[in-house]
Write a protein that binds this ligand. Sequence first.
Ligand code: HEC
Ligand code: HEC
Length: 488
Amino acid sequence: MMRVAVLLSFCAAAAAQVPKTWDEKALKDWATPLAGLGVRPGHYAEAEYYKAPVDNLRTYPVYYPGREPDGYWEMLARVGPKPLIERDKIKSEADWVAAGKRVFEELDIIMFRSYDPKLIATAQSREYYEKAKVRPRPDGTVPGLRWVPTDKGVALSLDNCAGCHTRRLEDGSILRGAPGNESIGPLVGALAIAGASPIPLPGDSPGMMLWRGSTVPWIKDDLHESIRTMTPEDLRELGRGAFATGIFPRWNGSPFHPNKIPDLIGIKDRKYIDHTATQRHRGPGDIMRYAALVSYADVSDFGSHRILTDAQRRIYGRSLDEGLYALTMYLYSLEPPPNPNKFDTKAGAGQKMFRQAGCAGCHTPPLYTNNKLTLATGFTPPKEHFKFLDIMPMSVGTDPQLALQTRKGTGYYKVPSLKGLWYRSRLLHDGSLTRLEELFNPDRLGDDFVPSGFIGFKLKARAIRGHEFGLKLAPEEREQLIAFLRTL
Ligand code: HEC
Ligand code: HEC
């Protein structure tokens, strides 16, 4: 009996060919070498990765006080730890997608689970949500927070993927995979301490954590060194600008040059991961690897430079390979919602503009990206890169700092897909703009321009340079182009 069950689960896995998440061979040439350093980031050894304890727990939504279904608290108190992914139940491709939806919605950041009665009481307090202006979703749940029954009791935790990659549309509906736009309030900070770190950083103050997430030791006069000696007020201001809705300075990124949260709908067809193409996307294994990397498995070694202290170099817990595979299958299955913008004569005229203005050379239909890399201004790619990267050796001239001055700095910006522009808001890699009207407004090239999105530390205005395509259009043509873009 036992042997049959083992055999069956082996067959389901084999049939779906679950790749190994931490596969030395696949990791070896996965990342793009860093521009200022000429080498690829290092990674934990396969044996080290698989030594980490498996964490495979279901989590449950936090409800706005008073909106819980009948008996919810009793259920939570009674249910105990339950497995998030149940391999034996997965038989078909549809089962993988369904299991992956659960992983996407329920995966929490295991290192930030808290049993602190004060924080738990806050998550149950109407006063907190009113003061923090957190709006419940139509089903009564609140974004960002999860209850996790473990063998130590019920912990309060933070959403992982769903926390940043779930969007609430204007009609109130929830769009999974789209760039996040909901506020969770200060509980995030209380649970995560310094938001940019995916793991606890023993020994670091919040300021030091922010520094560790962004310091670039091989760059002369690295701006991030200033974080070490910043006043608390300046640190708060830096954080306010960089941790705004829709943008996030990921680990290895920078609070001075944050990046927008991208849309995961359509990820299946993209050849590169991240705005700066930090990694290649060769198949499901690479998305599994990326999920593990950003959640708990970034050793943060760059050539001879080590970012983490010995005490901080640790994988605290890992997901099952099957869980990450299911998550990937779910992400691959995501479809955009029906587009309310009809393709009318105005949009038709805009489509002509799109072709005439040369947009399609880079934003090539049907994906509206040619899946190639452009150069950040000032970067000359080494010859050998042309052998393994799909490079258009030209620059669109946008702010080069994320691509050159951070640990995500590959020297490249990928050509983004224009699909789903109608429900997204942040534009360009740094989310400096939030409206298409702004992107095609030539005033943005002036130093006195006040962008509606990310401006920059201590700046009140900033020129948003580069990507000058379409800036010379007459006002009517511009409207047509934008009408077309909103139909994609
Ligand atoms: C704290 C916010 C946050 C969380 C949590 C988060 N992401 Fe992201 N994600 C981002 C940001 C910001 C980027 C863009 C990073 C960049 O361009 O360098 C990104 C990029 C990505 C990309 C690349 C998309 C593309 O088109 O290049 C994928 C895939 C992705 N995330 C998947 C996940 C998965 C899977 C999880 C859960 C394991 C997750 N993310 C958790 C914020 C988040
Ligand atoms: C030479 C290649 C190229 C051409 C031509 C081009 N783009 Fe782009 N486009 C890019 C790149 C690269 C980016 C990302 C730049 C960045 O984030 O710094 C981008 C970004 C965008 C964005 C923002 C998307 C997002 O998710 O942030 C829009 C919208 C856009 N382009 C529309 C157009 C239109 C419309 C045209 C024609 C008028 C056009 N582009 C011509 C390469 C190109």
